[in-house]
Design a protein. Structure first.
Lengths: 405, 401
C-alpha cells in the first residue's frame, strides 16, 4: 500500500478538526473506561487469589460439605468428618501423610479490647514439621510452637500492627483466648493472606482442651508422595469417603480439593463479575463506533464531488474504499491511543486513591501489555468496521453522477 | 423532471435519515443500560422497604457473635436463661430464641445439606411475623407435636432441591430421623432461605440435642422506639452476663438496621454500575453534538434564507436545540422500551434461579425521568452547534456553497 493513502486520510481528518476530535472523543472515553475497569479488576483478582495461593502442589484438603458461604471449614456442617478418617486416608496408595486440623472461632482479648478471631490447630508429634513445611510457616519474631507449649500461642502477622487491638502485640506478652491466658511465642511472617495473617495458632492438644475434644475433624490435610499423583489421589480419596460415609457419586457430602481447584473456582467467580462490568463499560465503545459511522457517512456525502473527480482520473473502486476505510481506522486508532493513556492514568490513580481511602492493599491496578495491545487493536477494528459501510457506499458511486452534484 | 434528481433526493433523504437514526441509536443504547440498571436498583429497594413494613418497625434481632452466617458459629450462643432475662427487660413485649443448625435431609435416597430452624410455636404469630414467613400450603407447626416439619418454598419445586416436588404428608429424614411434612412457607426470594427446614422446639431438641440459640427475635412494646430498646437490651444483658462494655459476645440490631445494611450495599453496587453506564451517555452526547454540527454546516444556506426573511437569532437557536432534543428524546423512548424488555427478562431469569427478591420495578418517575433526561441530553449537546448556527451572518450564509 502506498503511504500517500495514509497522508490523504490524515489530511482529510485534519481539515475537519472539530468533527474528528468529537468522534475520537467518543472512542477515547470508551476505551479509557474499559482499560481502567479491566485493569482495576485484573489487579483486584490477582490480589484476592494470591490470598489463597499458599499451599504446595502436592497437597489436598478434605472437608465435610456444609452450606455454601456459611463460615469457615467445619461450621454449618451436619455430618462432620470422623477423626479416624485421616488414618484411613493415609492407607491410600501414594499418600504420604494425612492429619486432622481443627478450626474454631474464639474471643481474643488484649489491651482491654476484644476481637473474634479464627484459631487453627498445629498438629503435634511428627506431623508438626510436615505441616510447617506444607504451609511454609515461619516466625518473623520469636519462634514457632513446640511440643510442650501448653500455654503459648502463635499469632498471624496482622497482630504485630496496632490495627487489631489498638496496640502492637509483641512476643512474650499475654493475651486472653476464650478467657484463658496464653503467652505469645511468636509472630508469623506476613503471608499476604488473611487466612494466616489474622489467625491464632495453638497446639492441637491445647485446642482439644479449651474447645472440648469432639472426635471430629474440621479439615484433613493430605500430602502426596508425588505431586503428579494428585488427580488420581483425589479420585481415590473421594471413592474411599463415599464408601465410609455411604453416599452415592454425585451426592457427596464432602469435598476433596487441591489448592489449584479452589483457586480456579474463586478465580472464575471473580472473572464473571469483571466480565459483567466490562460489558457495561463496552456499551460506550459501541456508541463510539456509531459515532464513527455517522462521521464517515457525512464525510462521504461532503466529498461526493471529490470522489467523482478521483474516479474520472482513474481511481478504482478499491482505491476509494481504502481511502475511507483507512480514515475511519485512523479515527479509531487515534482515539484508542489517547484512551489507553487516559485509562492507565485513571486505573493507577483510582487504585492509589482507593488504597489511601480504604487502607487495604487489595486494591491494585494491573494493566498488562495484552490489554494495551488488545485495546489498541480493538479500537482500530472498531473504527474500520464502523467505516466499512460508508466506504463501500463511497467506492460504488458512479463518477458521472458524483461529478454532477 | 430529471429522474436522476429524484433518485439523488431520495438518496439524500435516506442518508439524512440514516444519520439521524445512528444518533438515535447511540442515545438508545445508553438509556437502555441506565434504565435497566436503575429499574433493578429501585426494585430491590422497594423489596427492602416492603420487608421492613411487613416485619414492623418494632422488631429486633439479638445475634450471637462469631464467624460465618449469623447464629451458626457453635462457639458463641445464647441460652434459654438469657432469653428469659431479655423478655423481662422493660420495653420488651416478647422475645423468642431461634435454634439454627446445619442438617442433612434425605428424601428418596437423595441427600441435601441445609439449615434447620427450631421455632417456639407457642408464639407462632410473633415468630412467623419476625422471620417474614407466611404459610403457603398446609398448616403451621403446633407447639407440642413431634417429628413434623414445615418446609421452605423451594421444596415445592421439582429439581430445585430434590428431583421430585414434595407435598403435605411426605416423609423425609432429618439427620436420620423420619419426619412428616405438614406445610410449606411462601417464597422468601433467595435460594438459602427458601431451602430452610422449620421444626418446633421439641423436634429440634430431639434431633440435634441442642440447648443453645443462634439468635433471638424481640418485639418492642407499643411506643418504645426500637433503637432505644436495642441499646437497653445490649446494656442489661451485658451486665447480666457479666461482660464488660465492648466485650459482649452478642449484638442487638433493629430489623430496620439489618435491612438497611443489606439495602445500602446493593444500592452502592447498583450506583457504581449506573455510573459506568453513564459513560456511554457521555459518548452519545458527543455523537449528538457531532451530528448537529454537520447539520448546521449542511444547512448554512437554509439558515441564510431564514434569516433573510426575518428569523431572529433566537428562532434559529431554538430550531436546532429542539431538533437535537427531539432526536435524543426518540432515542430515550426507544431505550426505555428496550430497557423494559431487558430488565423484565433479567427479572424472570433471576426468579428462575431462585432470587425472586431480585425483581425490577418500573415506577412512572423512572420512565418519565429517563425520557426527560434524554431530551435534556439532546438539548444541552445541541446547544453549541445551535449557537454557531444562530450567530451566522445572513449574507455570508447565503453566499456559502
Amino acid at each position: 500500500m502506498n503511504k500517500d493513502y495514509f497522508l490523504f486520510a490524515l489530511n482529510s481528518l485534519k481539515s475537519r478538526k472539530l468533527r474528528s476530535w468529537l468522534t475520537m472523543l467518543g472512542i477515547f472515553i470508551g476505551i479509557a473506561s474499559v482499560v481502567a475497569l479491566i485493569g482495576l479488576g485484573e489487579g483486584l483478582r490477582t490480589a484476592i487469589t494470591s490470598q489463597f495461593g499458599f499451599l504446595g502442589s502436592d497437597v489436598l484438603t478434605v472437608q465435610a460439605a456444609g452450606i455454601a458461604f456459611a463460615g469457615p471449614p467445619g461450621q454449618a456442617v451436619s455430618k462432620p468428618l470422623d477423626d479416624d478418617l485421616a488414618k484411613k486416608i493415609e492407607r491410600v496408595r501414594g499418600v504420604d501423610v494425612a492429619f486432622n486440623r481443627q478450626i474454631e472461632s474464639a474471643a481474643m482479648e488484649f489491651n482491654d479490647q476484644q476481637q473474634i478471631v479464627i484459631v487453627g490447630s498445629v498438629p503435634v508429634g511428627e506431623n508438626r514439621k510436615i505441616f510447617e513445611r506444607m504451609v511454609n510457616l515461619q516466625a518473623a519474631q520469636g519462634r514457632l510452637l513446640t511440643e510442650n507449649d501448653d500455654r503459648r500461642v502463635l499469632l498471624g502477622s496482622d497482630f504485630a500492627s496496632d490495627e487489631q487491638f489498638g496496640k502492637r502485640v509483641v512476643v512474650g506478652t499475654r493475651v486472653l483466648i476464650k478467657n484463658e491466658v496464653f503467652e505469645v511465642a511468636g509472630i508469623l511472617e506476613e503471608k499476604g493472606s488473611f487466612i494466616f495473617d489474622q489467625s491464632a495458632f495453638l497446639n492441637e492438644d491445647v485446642m482439644d482442651d479449651i474447645f472440648g475434644h469432639t472426635k471430629t475433624a474440621d479439615t484433613i490435610a493430605v500430602k502426596a508422595k508425588n505431586a503428579d499423583d494428585i488427580p488420581r489421589l483425589k479420585e481415590d480419596i473421594e471413592q474411599l469417603l463415599r464408601k465410609e460415609r455411604d453416599v452415592k457419586e454425585g451426592e457427596e457430602d464432602f469435598t476433596v480439593e487441591s489448592p489449584q481447584s479452589i483457586l480456579e473456582s474463586l478465580d472464575s467467580t471473580l472473572f464473571a463479575v469483571q466480565l459483567f462490568v466490562s460489558i457495561i463499560a463496552a456499551i460506550s465503545l459501541f456508541v463510539g463506533g456509531i459515532g464513527i459511522m455517522n462521521t464517515m457517512y457525512t464525510s462521504v456525502v461532503e466529498r461526493t464531488r471529490q470522489i467523482g473527480i478521483m474516479k474520472s482520473v482513474g481511481a478504482k473502486n478499491s482505491t476509494i474504499f481504502t481511502l475511507f476505510f483507512l480514515e475511519s481506522g485512523l479515527l479509531g486508532a487515534a482515539g484508542g491511543i489517547i484512551g489507553i493513556v487516559l485509562g492507565l492514568i485513571m486505573a493507577y490513580g483510582l487504585a492509589a486513591f482507593g488504597r489511601l481511602v480504604l487502607g487495604t492493599e487489595l486494591i491494585q491496578a494491573q494493566v498488562s501489555w495484552t490489554l494495551i495491545l488488545g485495546a489498541l487493536l480493538f479500537s482500530f477494528v472498531l473504527g474500520t468496521l464502523s467505516g466499512l459501510l460508508p466506504a463501500v457506499q463511497a467506492s460504488r458511486m458512479q463518477p458521472v453522477e458524483a461529478l454532477r452534484t | 423532471m430529471n429522474p436522476a434528481i429524484i433518485i439523488y433526493s431520495v438518496q439524500h433523504v435516506i442518508h439524512r435519515k440514516l444519520r439521524s437514526w445512528l444518533t438515535v441509536l447511540s442515545v438508545l443504547v445508553g438509556i437502555t443500560a441506565i434504565f435497566a440498571l436503575l429499574s433493578f436498583g429501585i426494585g430491590i429497594q422497594n423489596y427492602v422497604v416492603q420487608l421492613a413494613e411487613e416485619a414492623g418497625a418494632d422488631k429486633l434481632f439479638l445475634t450471637a457473635k462469631g464467624i460465618g452466617a449469623p447464629g451458626t458459629d457453635g462457639n458463641f450462643f445464647v441460652v434459654e436463661n438469657d432469653v428469659d432475662f431479655i423478655s423481662k427487660i422493660n420495653g420488651v413485649k416478647d422475645a423468642s430464641g431461634i435454634y439454627i443448625k446445619a442438617g442433612e435431609i434425605t428424601f428418596k435416597k437423595q441427600k441435601k445439606q441445609t439449615f434447620v430452624l427450631g421455632l417456639d410455636m407457642s408464639k407462632q404469630r410473633f415468630v412467623e411475623n419476625a422471620l417474614l414467613v407466611k404459610l403457603f400450603k398446609g398448616r403451621s407447626l403446633k407447639e407440642n407435636e413431634l417429628d413434623k416439619v414445615v418446609l421452605g418454598y423451594n421444596y415445592l419445586v421439582e429439581n430445585k432441591i430434590f428431583s421430585r416436588a414434595l407435598d403435605i404428608g411426605d416423609k423425609l429424614s432429618v439427620n436420620g430421623r423420619t419426619v412428616e411434612v405438614v406445610g410449606f412457607y411462601d417464597e422468601i426470594g433467595n435460594p438459602s432461605d427458601d431451602a430452610n427446614v422449620y421444626v418446633n422446639y421439641k423436634t429440634m431438641e430431639t434431633i440435634f440435642s441442642v440447648n443453645t440459640f443462634g439468635y433471638v427475635i424481640l418485639q418492642a412494646h407499643k411506643g418504645v422506639p426500637a433503637d432505644e430498646l436495642a441499646e437497653r437490651v445490649q446494656d442489661k444483658l451485658r451486665k447480666f452476663k457479666n461482660q464488660e462494655k465492648g466485650k459482649e459476645d452478642f449484638f442487638v440490631q433493629t430489623f430496620a438496621d439489618v435491612l438497611q445494611t443489606f439495602g445500602s450495599v446493593i444500592i452502592v453496587i447498583n450506583g457504581v454500575l449506573v455510573l459506568i453506564a453513564l459513560v456511554s451517555i457521555v459518548v452519545a452526547s458527543v455523537n449528538i453534538m457531532n451530528t448537529m454540527y454537520t447539520a448546521v454546516l449542511e444547512r448554512t444556506r437554509e439558515i441564510g434564507v431564514m434569516k433573510a426573511i426575518g428569523a431572529q437569532n433566537r428562532d434559529i437557536l431554538l430550531v436546532f436545540v429542539v431538533e437535537a432534543g427531539l432526536l435524543s428524546t426518540l432515542g430515550g423512548i426507544l431505550g426505555v422500551v428496550l430497557g423494559y424488555g431487558i430488565a423484565s427478562a433479567g427479572g424472570a431469569f433471576a426468579a428462575a434461579s431462585g432470587f425472586a427478591s431480585l425483581q425490577p420495578a418500573f415506577p412512572a418517575v423512572l420512565v418519565v425521568g429517563c425520557i426527560l433526561f434524554a431530551f435534556m441530553l439532546g438539548a444541552v449537546s445541541g446547544y453549541l452547534p445551535a449557537r454557531q448556527a444562530a450567530r451566522l451572518n445572513a449574507t455570508d450564509a447565503l453566499r456559502y456553497e
